[in-house]
Design a protein around this ligand. Structure first.
Ligand code: PLP
Length: 264
């Protein structure tokens, strides 16, 4: 039996915890065949990102077309896109191929504060990619960069969701994981009509590298299998909670979240 397919358009993490490596292991954990359009090669370990080189935009386009024309894409996600030129190329190519629902994780920087996006590229994410997205999944740092809103409570989280939907995506998930001083991790999912608050436990761990990528690719996996956005997000939240609970130390810095529990 051929499994569903999901395409990740994202960067490589040499440390194996984020980027396409996180996406592929998450797709695998969901029984989904992972396809890849590589956008950048990062040099990084648990201590941080030392630098990156982007892939030429026409090569990113060619990878997407190659897999979409032959293998079929049931759902797609974008992660690190590195430059405005790559973002524009990805947006145009996704208009030309069948790639199913699109999850845009607006990756701007690593949790260690290193830029993963050239400076002029944030505007291209807002104007070129968000209008094509089924769902966008910013964390609170990315919400701040994209809207200027500093989320500190439920009211400002809702305002941020409304402001982000103005950019044209069908749904937005404002992830509350980075909110200070809350016992629970509350994410807000909205399409402008429904506002669905998803609450889960906050685990004490230093090792959260790759958490955003893993959640977005878990959601993409469920969409590839035909789930609705609210069901895919609810399942993605359960998946990432377990991955954070079972995160492991690796290297002297921040270790990765772990999907290995699916093997139990
Ligand atoms: N490296 C790559 C290639 C990524 O795509 C990401 C996040 O999307 C990161 C690093 C940063 O991961 P984190 O902020 O979880 O450390």
């Amino acid at each position: 039996m051929t499994p569903p397919t999901a395409l990740t358009i994202a960067g490589s993490d040499s440390g194996g915890g984020a980027g396409i490596q996180a996406d592929l292991r998450t797709f695998f954990a969901h029984g989904v065949h992972g396809l890849v359009a590589l956008t950048a090669v990062t040099v990084q370990n648990s201590l941080g990102v030392q630098g990156f080189t982007e892939i030429p935009a026409d090569v990113v386009t060619a990878q997407i077309k190659a897999v979409a024309s032959d293998m079929g894409v049931n759902a797609a996600k974008t992660g690190m896109l590195a430059t405005a030129e790559i973002i524009r190329a990805v947006a145009k190519t996704l208009d030309e191929v069948e790639a199913g629902p699109l999850v845009v994780d607006p990756v701007a920087a690593s949790m260690t504060g290193h830029a993963l996006l050239r400076e002029d590229a944030l505007e291209a994410i807002r104007t070129e990619l968000f209008p094509r997205a089924t769902l966008i999944t910013p964390n609170l740092d990315e919400v701040g960069l994209l809207t200027g809103i500093s989320v500190s409570d439920a009211a400002s989280q809702r305002s941020a969701a409304e402001a982000l939907l103005e950019f044209g995506s069908q749904w937005v998930l404002v992830k509350g994981g980075h909110m200070q001083g809350t016992a629970e991790c509350v994410d807000l999912l909205s399409d402008g009509r429904e506002f669905i608050s998803l609450s889960g436990p906050r685990y004490e761990t230093e090792n959260t590298h790759g958490g955003g990528d893993t959640m977005a690719s878990a959601i993409t996996s469920s969409l590839a299998k035909g789930a609705s956005v609210p069901d895919a997000v609810a399942a993605g939240k359960k998946f990432i909670e377990r991955c954070v609970a079972e995160a492991y130390p690796l290297g002297a810095g921040v270790g990765p979240v772990s999907p290995f529990w699916v093997l139990d």
